[in-house]
Design a protein around this ligand. Sequence first.
Ligand SMILES: [Mg+2]
Length: 276
Amino acid sequence: MTRDLAGLRSVRGVLFDMDGVIYVGTKPLAGVQQAIDYLAETGRKFLFVTNNASKTPEQFVKRLAEMDIHIQPDQVLGSAEATASWLASQMGQPGWPRGPVIVMGQDGLKVALQKNGFELTTDPDAATYAVAGINFHLTYDELANVTLAIRRGAKFIGTNSDATFPSERGFLPGAGSILALLSTASGQQPQVIGKPNRGMYEQAMARLNVTPDQTLMVGDRYDTDISGAIPLGLWTAGILTGISTRNDFEQASPRPDLIVNDLPDLVAQLRQADNR
Ligand SMILES: [Mg+2]
């Protein structure tokens, strides 16, 4: 079933995936500023949403500024931040006592957890939660400690399950590969927050203070960006500047509401809905 695109007028917040939507590699894509300006002009908010958990918001802002894309730290949500704020939102619910966290991850994740009030530990016996994501410097000792923590009852949470990520060298092991190792070693499956899981979209909408029918998710990968947003009731736009092709989006079930060539095309289609 397709929705009447005139409903896009009620969109108040737009979530943009980053790689393949805002930039590719280190190159900004066309129309980023134009899209940001149109959203501001029509009273809409936006958030850049990425499964990348290695960076703090300030580090993302700096990386984007190097591509001449200028945003504020609260306009980007990585899965580290989303995981930390999601975990904080669980506190006090039955089975979710406040307690120390053992981390497999980098600054992005550690800083986000601390900012959300969590104490970090490296002691497997002290950990109430084990939170894992990408770590480019992981050691066997860290893997052992996080495994032991999970085996001794720490709740196992993952930032995102991307098996690989692209690099100049080819596809390298991503957070999902690290989760798979910890999962095999501990016998436990993690609860994962990043796209396509609902936690990420929920934290993003909470940040913008919008409901699903007021939210548009723009992404280049059907299986991560779009497939998770549809069941929650968000508007979705598949964009053709990254991984998925027009054919992928057209053949997908359910299909995204919009398929756009690039950001200028997205603005044109939003403008059309606004003027209807
Ligand atoms: Mg992408």
